[in-house]
Design a protein around this ligand. Structure first.
Ligand code: ADP
Ligand code: MG
Length: 738
């Protein structure tokens, strides 16, 4: 009897790549075709309306409702020309995905017919019935309604027949119910704080922009094999499966040749992404078999976050067309690498970049050092929070394993940067200054070589590495909304910079008399003083060694860094006094919002484990044990038959190994049954706990370990049971696309 498994594996391996429709033009020509870009705003809007809108987008001017109708009508005209019949407010609730509810443009004309309409009112604000989105109790306690409000800084786009309008999602009383609202507040905070500091060095600076370039990793699995794995289907990861004999040990997949079927998928995904204005640039195979990466060119953070959310949903759609499923889960397979989403982050001003060395002038070099050091200060002070910002039930499987950033946030600067900071810290202060004449001053910051960008040593074990002109936050999970990490990081840096400014100004006041009115020199001495102090303070966050080693855990504990590994406990960092103080003082989130969001985090954590535990129980009882018993029976029948044809002593000898297998299997079957019962009991006990936090802790402490044990025994059975009987596609089949 050939099993279902053999059928789906056979079909999967026989599939051919699809022909991909590619526009006749070059990518640069069709880039952004489905986006209402500035050029289109210019074309479809009256000049004064266009200028007011650009003022809103570029300078954060308040949205003048009087232009909303005119903007809506221009958008509608453009959307009509693209065949759009519907529109939607597109937002990012706390579920990790995006939400949309489509409405047709039609309205009653009050004469018995229909007219097409899209007013400014509909563009600017909607009241989606969103009572089923997570709110951590905010909506129940305060006010049932929630609003989605247009975010003019992220352009509208068309997917199929629908005009999509990026929006924030807030409660009636103004609490954020999404990721975008606090992200925008954090970006404003870092703009304000960084602009104030950057003006010490260059008074022409009026704006600082936070940039994000994400690198999205993912797995592809054939859809037939995927459907034959209830665990993948329902939890996004395999809950069982023995290692494939060959996986990534030959290092032959990384940057290897992309299989044709995958290449066709990638091509179509890229065309679609380019049409939506997502500047996709890089694609390659990743370390694990069937693992790939796509990365666009970096963009302003709010837009980059939207583009990542959009790309993730696009990937899923396009994959289906090519008979694949995309796995965005951080750890779909045990024993091989999981997927992350490196967040490359930097700051730039209206006059240049802030994290890029070397500058031409002393001012530029000191500016560079200041921003590096204050970024480290933010990361140091809030290392626990940054970890919380990337933590989830699924990312927890990846962090701390020997392939991903460790569950301790530290920063790797590379030899050159480390030496530079050490030099500034230790040098005799007079060494650092060579005052020539009254006005001119050179600061002896050692040459910062041009090579820096390409030369930054790569430390793959570091969760927050400096890579020449940016920091790379590598701990972010592949399925996460980048906004969570970007809110925490930009807020932490904003706070550090604001605090830096206060101390520098105080110091300037203290030392100005010594400089006989030379404000420029006084300012620079004050900055150097504070930078030196901060280099010393944030030293514990700098770590250039192996982040995977056990010694690092001990060392990090000594340094006072956060070494907690339990996901529900890590979420507590959101409610630390220092976190609340930071978010409240910068106007990003209130304690009430933070508390509500934590309820959502704990609840989501629990639900995911709950589902996994139930799927594992079902699979154990309905798939694995019946097959194991069946095979055991076959062996038993063999033993009985052998005893009929051979004399007892000879039969006993010949059957010894089968008897041993029968016995071991019997023990495993019994153990699995007992463990499944314990799992149910542990779940029930946890479910009775009223507090979301305590329940999540119970799931972490009492439920998850049992799942590990069950898996262990099932994976052993997989090695014993006749391959023909095994019901689930195995790792070696799931992981090698032909
Ligand atoms: P890798 O880190 O794998 O070498 P790349 O060099 O291709 O990858 O860069 C990864 C991402 O970093 C890309 O999205 C790229 O646009 C982005 N990036 C490059 N420079 C910056 C910068 N100054 N700020 C933010 N992101 C940047
Ligand atoms: Mg990278």
């Amino acid at each position: 009897m050939a099993s279902l498994r053999f059928k789906v594996v056979g079909e999967a391996f026989a599939k051919k790549p699809l022909e991909v429709p590619v526009p006749a033009e070059r990518p640069a020509e069709y880039f952004g075709r489905n986006v209402f870009t500035r050029a289109k705003m210019y074309k479809y809007l009256k000049r004064d309306v266009y200028e007011k809108l650009i003022d809103v987008i570029d300078n954060g001017a308040p949205l003048d409702r009087s232009i909303a109708d005119a903007v809506a009508s221009g958008m509608k005209q453009w959307a009509d020309e693209h065949g759009a019949t519907h529109y939607t407010h597109w937002f990012q609730p706390l579920t990790e995905g995006t939400a949309e509810k489509h409405d047709a443009f039609i309205e009653h004309d009050h004469k018995g017919g229909m007219i097409e309409e899209f007013s400014g009112k509909l563009l600017v604000q909607q009241e989606p019935d969103a009572s089923s989105f997570p709110s951590g109790g905010i909506r129940a306690t305060f006010e049932a309604r929630g609003y989605s409000a247009w975010d003019p800084t992220s352009p509208v786009f068309i997917i199929d027949d629908t005009l999509c309008i990026p929006t924030i999602f807030i409660s009636y009383t103004g609490e954020a119910l999404d990721y975008k609202a606090p992200l925008k507040r954090a970006l404003r905070a870092v703009d304000e704080a960084a602009t104030a500091v950057a003006r010490y060095f260059d008074p022409a600076v009026t704006k600082v922009v936070s940039n994000l370039g994400w690198e999205q990793e993912y797995f592809l699995v054939d859809e037939g094999l995927y459907s034959a794995r209830p665990d993948l289907l329902m939890t996004g990861r395999t809950l069982m499966g023995h290692d494939s004999a060959k996986n990534q040990q030959m290092d032959d997949h990384y940057f290897g040749t992309i299989p044709d079927r995958v290449q066709a998928f990638m091509k179509e995904m890229e065309v679609q992404a380019l049409l939506l204005g997502i500047p996709c640039k890089t694609r390659h195979n990743e370390v694990a078999p069937n693992q790939f990466e796509i990365a666009p060119i970096y963009e302003e953070t709010n837009l980059a976050v939207d583009h990542n959310m959009l790309l993730m949903s696009l990937m899923k759609r396009v994959a289906r067309k090519h008979s694949f499923r995309v796995l965005l889960h951080e750890k779909p397979f045990d024993g091989i690498n999981g997927s992350g989403k490196h967040n490359n982050w930097s700051l730039s001003t209206n006059t240049g970049t802030l994290l890029h060395a070397p500058g031409k002038t002393t001012e530029q070099n000191l500016c560079f050092v200041t921003f590096i050091v204050e970024t480290l200060m933010g990361v140091y002070r809030h290392n626990g929070l940054l970890k919380a910002s990337i933590m989830s039930a699924s990312n927890a499987h990846r962090l701390g394993a020997n392939e991903a950033p460790p569950a301790i946030i530290s920063s790797f600067l590379g030899t050159q940067m480390s030496e530079l900071l050490d030099h500034i810290e230790k040098a005799d202060k007079d060494d650092l200054f060579a005052v020539a004449g009254k006005q001119k001053m050179a600061i002896d910051i050692p040459e910062i070589p041009e090579l820096l960008i390409d030369n930054t040593d790569r430390n793959r074990t570091s969760p927050f590495a400096f890579t020449g002109n940016r920091f790379e936050f590598r701990a972010v999970g592949s399925e996460a909304n980048c906004a969570s990490a970007m809110i925490a990081l930009n807020a932490a840096v904003a706070e550090a910079l604001a605090d830096f400014k206060v101390r520098v100004d105080r110091r300037i006041a203290e030392i100005t008399p010594q400089f006989e009115g030379n404000d420029h020199n006084a300012t620079f001495h004050a900055i150097i003083d504070v930078v030196r102090e901060d280099i010393r303070t944030c030293k514990p966050i700098r770590f250039d060694g192996n982040g995977y080693s056990d010694e690092w855990v001990e060392e990090a504990t000594r340094r006072g860094l956060d070494v907690e590994r339990s996901c529900p406990l890590i979420f507590d960092r959101y409610l630390d006094a220092s976190t609340v103080q930071m978010f409240e003082s910068l106007g990003i989130m209130t304690q009430k919002e933070l508390a509500a969001r934590n309820e959502v985090k704990w609840e989501t954590y629990t639900k995911r484990l709950q589902i996994e535990a139930r799927v594992l129980s079902d699979l154990s009882m309905n798939h694995i044990l019946p097959v194991a018993t069946c095979y055991q029976t076959r062996l038993a029948q063999n033993v009985a038959a052998m005893h009929q044809i051979f004399p007892v002593s000879e039969a006993a000898d010949l059957c010894a190994s089968n008897l041993q297998i029968i016995r071991t299997m019997g023990e495993r079957i019994k153990t699995i049954e007992t463990l499944v019962e314990s799992l149910t009991e542990a779940r029930k006990a946890a479910n009775r706990i009223p507090s979301e936090r305590e329940r999540a802790i119970a799931y972490h402490d009492n439920v998850e370990p049992i799942m590990h044990d069950i898996r262990y025994h099932i994976d052993k059975l997989e090695l014993t049971v006749d391959d023909e009987l095994w019901p689930l596609p195995k790792y070696r089949e799931l992981l090698f696309i032909r």
